[in-house]
Design a protein around this ligand. Sequence first.
Ligand SMILES: [Zn+2]
Length: 390
Amino acid sequence: MNDHLNGLVGREFDILNYIHKNGPITKTDLINKMGLKLTTLNRSMKLLESKKLIVESGISDSTGGRKPAEYDVTSDSIYTIGVDISRTYTQVVLMNLKMQILDRCRFDMESDTTPEKCSVKIADVIERMLSKLQIDKNMILGLGAGTVGPMNREDGILLHPQGFLNSAWNDNVPLKDLLQGKTSIPCQIDNGANTAILAEFLFGIGRGLNCVVYIHCGVGIRTAIIKDGLILRTMNDSEDAFAHITVDFNGALCKCGGKGCLESYVSLEAICRRYNAQTENNITYNELFERAAGNDDVAAEAFNYSAKILGIAISNLTKLMNPDLVILSGPLLSNYDPFYSICIKAFHEQNSLNKHLVFNKEGFFKKDVVAIGAGLMIIEQYFNEKRSVE
Ligand SMILES: [Zn+2]
């Protein structure tokens, strides 16, 4: 158990949680926003300061007179590990309560990277990081892994995930137990799109908004939605629910068993298939990006067609969810520039009602987003368990 957290009660965790999300902040603002009495706040803040969980961080702007002090969480009290386990790479970050990455490590998922080997490698990486930064393991609140669904989140088991190079992943994978066993750190798992949106919603581009949608377009489409502060839970916590909505009921059979799914039009695989069928080629998507950026109109059109369909699908989603922000990310966005603007144009042609929706390319945390969100998930769960019940 982390010594800094011993002996605190619900109210202190509530204040710490509020400062975590809103710091640096003055006592006056804390009193106004949390509805606490000054004496109560002072008592709790004193304890949080003595535990080195919060610190006077600076002087806030004020109009005349003495300027009130501001408080923020400390950078060396609580740490978490965030892990992004995808089909092609794994990234491990060590972060503090201020959401700063203190160290990061990324390794490729090879054909011999079994779940067991991957967990051992993650454990080795963590040991190295802790020893380098001289952080004791009991200062780590937990390990969060953002990974690939479908899954049983509570039990931490991946349910036959598809597309990993090593076939041991295609079975049920007790990832939570594996990671806990190898690292001796308490673990939680969720799908990577959900951890990504948590990071953007609480600390990134989605702060203060009511409804945020995150869409990652690559080999497949991964999507997450937060509304009223809650992650919308899909069947088996899958990240590909939006990917398998039907956009053409005469369309080709999809691996999910449905027909004409969105992912059959908007994914690297789908775009390659379209190009290769039209040109009688057999090229991979890396080559296709180069051709689209060059003078190959058929390649560009294959991407543009895909972007338009995504824009229309987002328009459908928007009518249902009424989001304030849609974050678009992934290789389709980063490797083919026109994709973003063509998608947005198609959205507006189809949706004249939602005027307030804002699009964003790649969010605030960019490629660290899944790992940071996974580490944040641990902090959120901890605060949630400890909060005062009133
Ligand atoms: Zn499908």
